[in-house]
Design a protein around this ligand. Sequence first.
Ligand SMILES: CC(C)(COP(=O)(O)OP(=O)(O)OC[C@H]1O[C@@H](n2cnc3c(N)ncnc32)[C@H](O)[C@@H]1OP(=O)(O)O)[C@@H](O)C(=O)NCCC(=O)NCCS
Length: 187
Amino acid sequence: MSDFPKPEFRPVSYSRVTLTELMIPSYANFGGKIHGGILLSLMDKVAYAAASKHAGNYCVTVSVDGVNFLQPVEVGELVSLLASVNYVGKTSLLVGIKVIAEDVRTGVVKHTNTCYFTMVAKNDDGRPTIVPGLTLETPEDSRRFLEAIKRREFREQNKAEFDNALSALAVHNELYLLQQERCHIAY
Ligand SMILES: CC(C)(COP(=O)(O)OP(=O)(O)OC[C@H]1O[C@@H](n2cnc3c(N)ncnc32)[C@H](O)[C@@H]1OP(=O)(O)O)[C@@H](O)C(=O)NCCC(=O)NCCS
């Protein structure tokens, strides 16, 4: 598969994918709402579909940003995941996913989440392989590409700051902070 010739660029529209699934009762948790894991699995599937289509190779999930379950999804709702490749690096791609849930009786649609999956294309030997560039067809495509660059920069910066904060953490000096937390020390 990896040996098929790839174009230098592919348009965003080439790999835009929508996955729609009915939320059936077996997807529900004990509270009667849809399990977060079901939605995560659908997000992973749609990210894979968009990334692999753009890359023309199998892709793997490397990291996930922005998954929040702020509104419950109900049994009987029709969930659609709209995915597109927002950004490409050399071997990595950022797929943006918008999740909406529709009540089929009322037609009311709620936007439950937007998240971002970083995927890496692999060749037949399992090594990262170069992906086609992205042809930006609309101003919206350009905005998303630029946002992805910013997101990446911020993540790298935050990671560096967080790593520094962790390596500077002296537990015995900071135990006093726990006094404001809902815990007690029992040793
Ligand atoms: C992700 C993976 C391919 C990176 O392999 P590697 O040999 O370190 O490759 P590289 O350092 O060349 O990185 C490859 C790309 O991944 C990106 N990448 C690596 N780690 C990353 C991270 N934590 N977050 C975002 N992107 C990352 C790099 O920036 C690079 O992108 P670019 O080519 O567009 O510049 C490798 O760790 C892997 O296969 N992980 C398992 C993925 C998997 O199986 N997922 C399924 C879920 S279990």
